[in-house]
Design a protein around this ligand. Structure first.
Ligand code: AMP
Ligand code: GLY
Length: 423
């Protein structure tokens, strides 16, 4: 099979690493890829939103399957264009992808279909948002409506902080995404990320992960796209998984199909495990980043048949995926300044050494200079991932590798997995 993989982050490097191991694959091209992916597959120049160029590339390489990594490609309609070109695609159409691209759509969708989620108000301007705060109690949850790479959420402890977040959103603090905001009831509980595959008719659960969203140790600092993950996550008891499947996953897939947009790809359900069971925090229309990295390390089964089955309506024929009886951890190394304005261009040494069989370093935001040196070129720069017999051992392996990477301009959290280890 020829596969085109779209994207350039750590999630896509992990997907490429796993896809490249499949005996079914003859040719794998990543577009645009990154210096880490360049070592395991070909890289093409098109960015995820260059829909026409990507469709042409898929035709030129006689792709049997296109795998979409990032949400921006989904929102840009890449799956729609591939469907028109009759090229199988893992990743939903723009219409189905609205489950992620608009929080306002998702909240209304959840309400229409009785999916458990936080009470909310949608606000189109600053004054309406200030007034709507009266309907909520602190802490206040202020979200940008559109795509903001995981950074469009502020949890404000008091009214003044909530008003400041609202003012910031309407004066461009969340970029374009912040021109409409959603206020939400604060949900008390533990957060988790559950994944489910769908081919439009059948769905299959595909692993649970816990992410650390805050920038600094002890869950301090601003929200980020994710500073580290681990799997399995003890929050996912059998009961929570079953409830999430029955109350959120299956109803969501059924409802989006009824609304005329059958979902082909992976749905990432971010949920709060509350006293009343799982409540939806948000849907994402793709694998999580860096959730995907730990899932790929733990997945024993070949990934490619699942991706292909989702794209071609044959998911019911696939067996249950097999997961290694091991824990996996991902520690994100970010450039100083992230999630605000990260510093670019600093040199990273030691990231490409052989760390042994338990460690994989995925590139998330790197560039290779003309001198061959690896440099920082993004906010989240490297994902140091490791497996172990249990979480404690996986963590030792990961932090051992982190210590061997020489990059003074970067930072990372030292407490990934603390919640599970303190149980
Ligand atoms: P999101 O971008 O929607 O995933 O939100 C980022 C983070 O903010 C989540 O991982 C939660 O930790 C937190 N969060 C979002 N919505 C709520 C809510 N309604 N109640 C409590 N925490 C929330
Ligand atoms: N790590 C969270 C996300 O991918 O949105």
């Amino acid at each position: 099979m020829n596969i085109l993989l779209v994207g350039s982050g750590g999630r896509e490097h992990a997907l490429a690493w796993k896809i490249a191991q499949s005996p079914l694959v003859t040719r794998l091209v990543a577009s645009p890829g990154n210096p880490g992916m360049a070592q395991i597959c070909e890289c093409a120049p098109h960015k995820p939103t260059e829909v026409a160029g990507l469709v042409q590339l898929a035709r030129d390489m006689a792709a049997d399957l296109v795998v979409i990594g990032p949400e921006v490609a989904i929102a840009a309609g890449l799956a729609d264009a591939l469907e028109a070109a009759q090229i199988p695609c893992f990743g939903p159409t723009a219409a189905a992808g609205r489950l992620e691209s608009s929080k306002a759509f998702t909240k209304a969708f959840a309400e229409r279909h009785h999916l458990p989620t936080a009470r909310y108000r949608i606000c189109q301007d600053r004054d309406a948002a200030h007034a709507a705060l009266a309907d909520f109690q602190p802490p206040y949850v202020v979200k940008a409506d559109g795509l903001a790479a995981g950074k469009g959420v502020v949890i404000a402890e008091d009214r003044a902080a909530a008003e400041a977040a609202i003012d910031d959103a309407f004066s461009g603090g969340f970029g374009e995404a912040g021109q409409v905001i959603v206020l939400e009831e604060f949900l008390e509980g533990e957060i988790g990320s559950l994944f489910a595959l769908s081919d439009g008719a059948t769905s299959k659960l595909f692993g649970g992960v816990q992410d650390h969203k805050r920038a600094f140790d002890g869950e301090q600092g601003p929200n980020t796209g994710g500073m580290g993950t681990y799997s399995p996550a003890p929050v996912f008891t059998d009961q929570l998984v079953a409830q999430t499947d029955e109350r959120l996953v299956k109803p969501a897939f059924r409802a989006i199909a009824e609304e005329g947009a059958p979902y082909r790809g992976v749905l990432f359900v971010e949920l709060m495990a509350t006293r009343d069971g799982p409540k939806l925090v948000e849907f994402n229309a793709r694998f999580g980043d860096p959730e995907c990295q730990v899932l790929m390390l733990r997945l024993e089964s070949d990934l490619v048949p699942y991706l292909m089955a989702c794209a071609t309506g044959r998911l019911a024929e696939t067996p249950e995926p097999v997961w290694r009886d091991e824990a996996a951890v991902c520690v994100v190394l970010a450039a100083r300044g992230y999630p605000g304005a990260p510093e670019a261009g600093s040199v990273i040494r030691g990231a490409e050494q052989d760390f042994g069989p338990h460690v994989q370093v995925f590139h998330a935001g790197t560039a290779r200079g003309e001198d061959g040196q690896l440099r920082a070129a993004g906010g989240r720069v490297l994902n140091v991932c490791a497996t172990g017999r249990d979480l404690a051992e996986a963590r030792e392996h990961a932090y051992g590798a982190v210590a061997a990477i020489d990059w003074p301009e970067g930072f990372h959290r030292t407490d990934i997995g603390w919640r599970a280890l303190s149980r």
